[in-house]
Design a protein around this ligand. Structure first.
Ligand code: GLP
Length: 257
C-alpha cells in the first residue's frame, strides 16, 4: 500500500510485514538488473527475505530470460569488514555467496564487494570507489537502515559527501551485528570498508528498506528531522528519487495519511 507523509518528496510504501516488503522489493531489483548501470546491494538481516524473494522471482523466469539476466548480472555491495574474506562466515562476501552467488550460480566477479583481505584497506577503498565510478555509478541502490542511523557502514557523525573509505565501526554497530559472530561484539571486526554517502547519493535511484519496530524511531528521525551528521540516513531526504519500503512496525512512528 502506498501511503503519504504530507509534503514528503519521496515515495513511501508500507506493507503489513517483512515478507510482504520483500515481495514488493524483489521485482524492483529484477528490473534494475536489466539496466546498464550496476545494481547496489546491501547485507543485513533485513535483506534475507528480500534475497529469498529475488531468488524465487528469478527461478520463475522463462529459461532464456533467466540465462540472459544472470549472464549480464553486475552488482556492487556497499561494504565489507576489514580482515575478513569469503571463507569467514561473518564476512559479507560469504553472506552474498550464500544468498545469491551460489544459488544463482553467478559468474565470479559479477557480484562485487570490497576486498576485506586487501593488504592496504585504504587503497582498496579507493580502488572500489573508483570501480563504481568507472561503471558509471550505481543505478538502483538498495539500502538497509542501521539502528544508529547508518547506511552502508557510514557511521555517525557523517556528512553527505563522504567518499568510499575505510573506517572504525561504532560499538553500537558491532553490537547490532554480533549475531553473525557468535553473539560476541568483540568478535566483530573493528573496521570496515564502505561506499560513502557520496556514492550512495550519486545513485540514480535509492530504495531504503526498513522492517521491525526496533527501527521505527530511527526511520522517523531519518525521514522527518532536518538532515544531520548524527543520522547519516537523513541525507537520503535530499535524493531526488528515493523510495522507502517499510513494514507496518517500522512505519509506526511516521505521521501517515
Ligand atoms: C549493517 C550493514 C548495513 C545494513 C544495516 C542494517 O551493519 N552494514 O548495510 O543495512 O547494518 O542491518 P540489519 O538489516 O541486520 O538490521
Amino acid at each position: 500500500m502506498t501511503l503519504r507523509i504530507p509534503a514528503a518528496p519521496y515515495a513511501l510504501q508500507v506493507e503489513p510485514d517483512e515478507d510482504a516488503v520483500a515481495e514488493a522489493v524483489a521485482p524492483r531489483l529484477l528490473e534494475a538488473l536489466g539496466e546498464s548501470r550496476p545494481l547496489g546491494l546491501a547485507t543485513g538481516r533485513t535483506m534475507e527475505p528480500v534475497y529469498a524473494a529475488l531468488r524465487r522471482r528469478i527461478a520463475g523466469l522463462p529459461g532464456l530470460e533467466r540465462q540472459v539476466l544472470l549472464a549480464q548480472w553486475r552488482s556492487f555491495n556497499l561494504d565489507e569488514y576489514v580482515g575478513l574474506g569469503p571463507e569467514h562466515p561473518g564476512s559479507f562476501s560469504a553472506t552474498m555467496a550464500l544468498a545469491l552467488g551460489e544459488p544463482l550460480d553467478l559468474v565470479p566477479g559479477r557480484l562485487q564487494l570490497p576486498d576485506g583481505q586487501a593488504d592496504d584497506p585504504e587503497a582498496e577503498a579507493h580502488r572500489y570507489g573508483t570501480a563504481v565510478a568507472a561503471a558509471g555509478g550505481i543505478g538502483l541502490q538498495l539500502l538497509g537502515l542501521g539502528s544508529n542511523g547508518h547506511v552502508g557502514f557510514n557511521e555517525p557523525p557523517c556528512g553527505a559527501q563522504a567518499p568510499c573509505r575505510c573506517l572504525e565501526l561504532s560499538d553500537a554497530t558491532r553490537l547490532q551485528n554480533a549475531a553473525a559472530f557468535g553473539g560476541d561484539p568483540q568478535a566483530v571486526p573493528p573496521r570496515a570498508i564502505t561506499l560513502g554517502t557520496a556514492e550512495i547519493l550519486a545513485a540514480d535511484r535509492v530504495l531504503l528498506v526498513v522492517t521491525g519496530g526496533a527501527k521505527a524511531e530511527m526511520l522517523r528521525r531519518a525521514l522527518l528531522e532536518p538532515p544531520s551528521v548524527e543520522v547519516p540516513a537523513s541525507w537520503l531526504q535530499g535524493h531526488p528519487r528515493l523510495t522507502v519500503m517499510a513494514d507496518a512496525a517500522a512505519a509506526s512512528a511516521l505521521p501517515l495519511s
